[in-house]
Ligand binder design. Structure first.
Ligand code: ADP
Ligand code: MG
Length: 284
């Protein structure tokens, strides 16, 4: 849910308000493993008139884990933010179909979040003045409303939170803190995974959630992702490093370069990159 915005904190308040105040009708029933969940075709996007995404194609089925790797500046974060509807990016071409037929690009960012599209930010946003517990409860209740489920009252929610927080190694102290405010890099990343665990999205994009984590935090984050992984959801892991993929096994690995996915393969592609680096892209 916090995935609605990126670095532009001015946008955040507006989007948060929309998220909190708009409710959608119940979502369709969850599909089965192998159904197409996210179908990205020739996606093109610009920021301030500069084209960044130049025709991205990616299909994620339920039950699959996809890794997207690639050099800095290749467009990985842009891709993830365009999928969730970040307002800084303009889609200039292509399509994103969700759950076999829904036009994701037609939905407002908060509707995408409520319908189960989640992004864990590379750089999570701080929201001073908003307590983490209130933020999480409002977000989860919006998602539950969209699913046609009853909302949690604060006491009920506390119980749900306790369980999920211990699963990502966060102490209850974080509930009274302001969202991400003064959190260390690793704590922010855990907080993103906590949001994912609570919101139970159908598609989760994790943008470099592994960066800046020590090995214990990395394992905790990986455990959280593996616990969330199921036959009915899909995961897109954006990462620089093979090491995360030792803990979360991808079914497919894609390499992004200059705004396009230029190679796709199985887990062996990540090992090849670890060994040889991105040199092959220079001749491409
Ligand atoms: P990656 O995540 O693969 O490192 P990004 O998607 O962050 O790459 O960036 C791709 C390119 O788009 C870079 O050249 C970056 O400077 C540019 N870019 C991304 N977001 C913005 C923005 N909000 N304003 C200006 N340029 C941007
Ligand atoms: Mg990035």
């Amino acid at each position: 849910m916090i995935s609605l915005v990126g670095s532009k904190s001015a946008d955040f308040g507006t989007l948060l308000l929309y998220t909190v105040h708009s409710v959608r009708a119940a979502a369709p029933a969850m599909g089965a493993a192998g159904d197409v969940l996210l179908d990205v075709k020739d996606l093109q996007a610009s920021v301030e008139e500069t084209p960044i995404l130049k025709g991205v194609n990616l299909q994620v089925k339920r039950g699959e884990v996809h890794a997207i790797m690639g050099p800095n500046g290749s467009g990985k974060s842009t891709f993830s933010k365009v999928v969730v509807g970040h307002p800084a990016y303009e889609v200039t071409g292509g399509k994103v179909s969700y759950r076999e037929g829904e036009d994701l690009l037609e939905l407002e960012p908060q509707e995408r979040a409520q319908q189960g599209v989640f992004l864990a930010f590379q750089y999570p946003v701080e929201i001073p003045g908003v307590s983490n517990a209130d933020f999480l409860r409002l977000a989860v209740n919006k998602r539950r409303a969209a699913l046609g489920e009853s909302e949690y009252d604060p006491i009920e929610f506390f119980g749900v939170l306790g369980e999920k927080m211990s699963s990502v190694g966060m102490s209850m102290d974080f509930l009274n803190r302001e969202v991400n405010s003064g959190f260390s890099g690793g704590e922010k990343k855990r907080n993103e995974i906590l949001q994912m665990a609570l919101l139970e999205p159908e598609v989760a994009i994790l943008d470099e959630t592994d960066s800046g984590l020590d090995i214990d935090a990395l394992k905790t984050v990986a455990d959280g992702v593996n616990a969330y992984k199921s036959e009915s959801n899909g995961i897109v892991l954006i990462t620089h490093y093979q090491r995360l993929l030792d803990y979360i096994k991808p079914d497919y690995v894609h390499i992004m370069s200059k705004g396009q996915i230029v190679r796709s393969g199985g887990p062996e592609l990540a090992l090849e990159l670890e060994r040889d680096g991105y040199k092959f892209l220079e001749s491409a």
